[in-house]
Design a protein around this ligand. Structure first.
Ligand SMILES: [Zn+2]
Length: 252
């Protein structure tokens, strides 16, 4: 016998299996990251067809088998179908899903990461904010959720809070920000502007609802990219396929 459970989650990926089935990966509040089989999901009249797709948020009823879960029913609350026609927005979306898959763990409460994905995907469809900035905010907030925030609220060496006139340095190896005044800056540290530091602090601490609610000038965006992309890469130990695709799609 197997039990029917219901979880709140988002579909991170869906791959074809056999002739008519799909294997999906779900990020859920109740069970963390889990895989499930959606039997018959590729049949045209299957009620699971729409649900067993990336970017679907909802509640999923699953049979817990001995070795895997089987999707029985799904109630979709949000499906970002419009994203599919957005280029290159959709490639950012797939990148976000794969990054969430990378950090997701079975058995964890992944509610925070689910909620971040939801607001990030919505932000990808908001024309008022640049996709590059959405990526910066998503990556940095994700590392904060994972408990990987660098020390950005006070000097990583002397503990002093920062002031606008400080010469500030960011070190990936520390990792954190140094005031420059205490004379203890790691050799790998590079200069960071006060605006960039302030933006990192905002991304780390703002309520999720408003975290995508700002825009920045291009020079600041480029500085944020230099810091955040390197910091994300430091916390990842394998290539993220969707990022390679994103780079090709953005550069073409
Ligand atoms: Zn200091």
């Amino acid at each position: 016998m197997s039990d029917l459970i219901t979880v709140q989650g988002v579909v991170l990926s869906a791959a074809p299996v056999g002739e008519y089935d799909r294997r999906i990966v779900l990020l859920t509040r109740e069970r963390g990251k889990i895989a499930a089989f959606a039997k018959g999901a590729r049949r045209l009249n299957s009620p699971l067809m729409a649900a067993a797709s990336p970017f679907v948020f909802g509640s999923f009823s699953l049979y817990e088998g001995r070795t895997s879960y089987n999707l029985n029913r799904a109630e979709i609350t949000h499906h970002f179908v419009e994203l599919a026609s957005r280029q290159p927005g959709v490639y950012y979306g797939y990148y976000f899903l794969e990054l969430a898959d990378y950090f997701g763990r079975e058995g964890n409460d992944e509610k925070e990461m689910m909620n971040l994905l939801y607001v990030a995907v919505r932000a990808l469809m908001n024309e008022k904010i640049s996709l590059r900035l959405v990526r910066c905010i998503f990556e940095f907030r994700l590392t904060v959720i994972q408990g990987l925030m660098p020390q950005i609220f006070e000097c990583a060496e002397c503990g002093k809070t920062f002031e606008k006139q400080d010469r500030l340095y960011f070190s990936l190896s520390a990792p954190g920000v140094f005031c420059g005044g205490c004379g203890q800056v790691p050799p790998d540290a590079f200069r960071i502007s006060y605006s960039a530091l302030y933006t990192l602090q905002y991304i780390a601490s703002a309520p999720l609802k408003g975290v995508f609610g700002f825009d920045v000038e291009d020079s600041l965006l480029r500085e944020l990219e230099r810091i955040i992309y390197r910091y994300t890469a430091l916390n990842i130990d394998r290539p993220i396929k969707a990022l390679e695709i994103l780079k090709v799609m953005v550069e073409k």
